[in-house]
Design a protein around this ligand. Structure first.
Ligand SMILES: Cc1cc2nc3c(=O)[nH]c(=O)nc-3n(C[C@H](O)[C@H](O)[C@H](O)COP(=O)(O)OP(=O)(O)OC[C@H]3O[C@@H](n4cnc5c(N)ncnc54)[C@H](O)[C@@H]3O)c2cc1C
Length: 571
């Protein structure tokens, strides 16, 4: 084939093509579209929520943007898949969307309305106990108080008071701060000293989640529910320093949303914004190296094909080890960055998830019919002591069949589109689990699956063998196989500990999304503000790259961010 160098203009990309169309070569035309070497303003590695958000903002700002996604479709954790049987879809990863109320991308791209429907159940998180009693967190404060009242009048009253304080901390400080670049601890202290609610937040920061919960509530069952909710995403119950996140976790546990049609619809809606604004999405396009030229990131090379995409800015949404060691190469790193990457800690626990299609939605044997309607129902955990013992086991690589538990959701109750076949109720039961299970997952999978099914049935006796049509389980090793950037099953690309949060995520040099390597940015779950679908890293990365490339931001901070900036960041 005769090769020439020419520049093609398609939409607003500049393709540097080496190929010339040859009618005798049936693949020649495709090669025009996918040349050996092409040029963009921005290359984004990874088409998860953060990659798509960054791409959508920057494409709409007029930059030529390409998203490289290793899998066959974009979405990353925003996955809705037929993982049980054909025609039975479930959400194997992101199911609970915690920041829909605050995420700028949802407001800026108008993704709460006709484009995307968010279900906001009132009954949010329930917990059932072996003796048939239950307790529940609802969106409506009064409904939670009514549920607490069964266990403790004092706790019901306390909840009414503290929930207002938590709401204030979240609404005024933590939620808007999620979308504003990180500050050093001393700057945070000075800013928070300006208001009473800021000072209260600082006080909470000194305590551990366990201390906060046990000093606030007296009843052990209420404490168990609150501690589970505070730590389910990976806060260490005994560690002080991140106590200010307890109100955030609890408030968000009461305000989770479900994405109607499945989480992948959110990815689809974001991808449409990328493409509509002239961006390019390449699927089955894993990146195997970041090109470093004269100490600067100059583009990426795609695995398998060897194609090179050159760019002024390279944004990686992958974990620090993949970005810096595997793609950039240790030799290209300053010593301090190399040391930080080597010391990066993976999530303290992962998830093991059992998915089922059944003829029935789980009906829990308990005193409150609302529990069956809860978005998440915690089962198998009887007390604070047993919960702590379960987490200690998990941290030590064990799951004790006599003491474990987790949260379950019947997705079909909120989303009948997942299946209309016999056995149409798609549900899941998810437990915290170690990546390095003692004895190995391969040898213990079946035993753990059987134990989970037995526990689920004990809590919801209608899930008998005759009801279940199909089941499948995803263990932490499989999470890593599916998503190599979730190393050791790290769903947040790295642990939530005081030295890996705020301006330390992933380290002080990179938490603002730029890095010591000029032209290279990090904006995935391992960068401030962190993992889960917060949409923060992608948004902050877009802000930074737009500024560095000198393009005007078409977006403005949300009104809540503006209020936060005015109150806390301006003199
Ligand atoms: C079992 C499970 C349950 C979860 N539940 C929830 C939940 O309910 N709520 C919630 O908010 N979060 C949940 N999470 C966490 C959430 O999925 C992640 O924290 C979030 O998706 C991170 O977004 P991201 O865009 O930073 O990265 P990711 O979503 O991890 O996306 C990164 C993308 O990069 C791609 N990629 C990897 N390597 C390469 C490469 N070399 N080249 C190109 N592309 C590459 C991947 O295929 C992926 O698409 C869950 C995760 C798991 C595993």
């Amino acid at each position: 084939m005769r090769r020439t160098r020419e520049v093609l203009r398609v939409s607003n990309f500049r393709y540097q093509s080496k190929f010339k169309y040859n009618p005798e070569d049936p693949f020649g035309h495709m090669q025009e579209e996918f040349p050996d070497e092409s040029e963009f303003d921005v290359v984004i590695i990874g088409g998860g929520p953060n990659g798509l958000i960054a791409a959508a903002y920057l494409a709409r700002a007029g930059l030529s943007v390409v998203v490289c996604e290793r899998r066959f479709e974009v979405g990353g954790g925003l996955a809705t898949e037929e993982n049980l049987f054909p025609c039975y879809a479930s959400n194997p990863h992101v199911l609970y969307h915690m920041m829909v109320d605050y995420m700028p991308a949802i407001q800026d791209f108008d993704l709460d309305g006709p484009a995307l429907t968010w279900i906001k159940p009132n009954a949010q998180t329930g917990m059932v106990f072996e003796d048939g009693s239950s307790v529940m967190l609802a969106r409506q404060v009064q409904d939670t108080k009514d549920s607490f009242l069964k266990h403790s009048q004092k706790d019901a009253n306390t909840f009414g008071k503290v929930v207002r304080e938590w709401r204030g901390i979240v609404d005024e400080i933590l939620a808007p701060a999620t979308y504003i670049p990180p500050m050093a601890p001393i700057e945070i202290t000075m800013a928070m000293e300006k208001t009473a609610i800021g000072r209260r937040m600082l006080e909470l920061g000194e305590a551990s989640p366990l201390e906060i919960i046990t000093t606030t509530f007296e009843n052990d069952r209420i404490r168990t529910l609150m501690l589970y909710a505070a730590c389910m995403w990976g806060l260490d119950p005994n560690e002080s320093g991140l106590g200010f996140m307890v109100p955030l976790m609890l408030d968000r546990t009461m305000n989770k949303c479900y994405c109607y049609g499945g989480s992948h619809k959110f990815a689809g809606a974001l991808a449409r914004q990328v493409v509509k604004n002239g961006g390019l999405i390449l699927e089955a396009a894993g990146v195997d190296s970041i090109l470093i030229e004269n100490g600067r990131a100059a583009g990426v090379r795609l695995a398998h094909e060897g194609r090179v995409l050159r760019a002024k800015a390279v944004m990686s949404t992958l974990d620090p080890q993949t970005t810096f060691v595997d793609l950039v190469g240790s030799d290209n790193l300053p010593d301090s960055l190399r040391n930080d990457v080597e010391g990066w800690e993976w999530d303290k626990w992962s998830f093991n998830t059992l998915h089922i299609a059944a003829n029935d939605a789980p009906q829990y044997a308990c005193d409150d019919p609302w529990i069956d309607k809860c978005f998440a129902t915690i089962i198998g955990i009887e007390s604070v002591d047993r919960l702590l013992a379960h987490w200690e086991n998990v941290s030590a690589g064990r799951i004790d069949p006599a003491n474990f538990g987790g949260h379950s959701t019947c997705e079909s109750l909120f989303d009948p589109t997942l299946s209309d076949r016999p056995g149409k109720y798609v549900s899941m039961f998810q437990i915290h689990a170690p990546y390095a299970l003692e004895g190995g997952w391969l040898d213990h999978r079946e035993e753990i699956q059987a134990a989970m099914l037995a526990e689920w049935r004990r809590a919801a006796p209608n899930l008998g063998p005759e009801s279940i049509v199909s089941l499948s389980m995803e263990d932490p090793e499989e999470i890593e196989i599916r998503f190599p950037q979730m190393r050791r099953g790290s769903i947040k690309h790295g642990d939530y500990g005081p030295l890996q949060m705020g301006c330390f995520r992933p380290n002080q040099d990179c938490s603002g999304t730029d890095t010591p390597i000029e032209g290279l940015y990090t904006c995935g779950a391992s960068t401030y503000p962190g993992g889960l679908v917060l949409g923060g890293p992608g948004y902050l990365g877009a802000n930074r790259v737009a500024d560095d490339l000198g393009v005007a931001r078409w977006w403005k901070p949300t009104p809540k961010m503006e209020r936060y900036i005015k109150t806390y960041l301006e003199d």
